[in-house]
Design a protein around this ligand. Structure first.
Ligand code: FES
Length: 115
């Protein structure tokens, strides 16, 4: 049986082959995970949070160097973290900063319209 990767915020899940990266899982599930370097552990845009990393590969040196202390907070590079196949994985993808900014602007505008 294939492990399942669940994207909690998007409420999507996908069964995926062991050894696949979380970035691959996101692409197959239709979840947008930002990337600029094409999965080379260079841009850091694919950061995702995984609270229980029991069924992910351990971070390689390049990922450790890039993420530093963020690793201890549960952050991983989606392009580097791979599903081991021993169990399912739950992933939180942070909101795109541009979307966050637009949302905050709209909320502020709506608040001002109420006055
Ligand atoms: S896609 Fe660039 S660091 Fe993962």
């Amino acid at each position: 049986m294939q492990p399942v990767v669940r994207f909690l915020t998007e409420n999507k899940k996908i069964a995926i082959r062991p050894g696949s990266s979380l970035l691959d899982a996101g692409n197959r599930a239709g979840v947008s995970i930002r990337t600029r370097c094409g999965g080379k552990a260079a841009c850091l845009m694919c950061k995702v949070k995984v609270e229980d990393q029991s069924f992910l590969t351990k971070p390689e040196k390049s990922e450790q160097l890039k993420l530093g202390a963020l690793l201890e907070e549960g952050w991983r590079l989606a392009c580097q973290a791979k599903v081991t196949g021993n169990g399912d994985v739950e992933v939180l993808v942070p909101e795109d900063p541009l979307k966050s900014a637009v949302r905050a602007l709209l909320a502020k505008q709506k608040e001002e319209d109420l006055w």
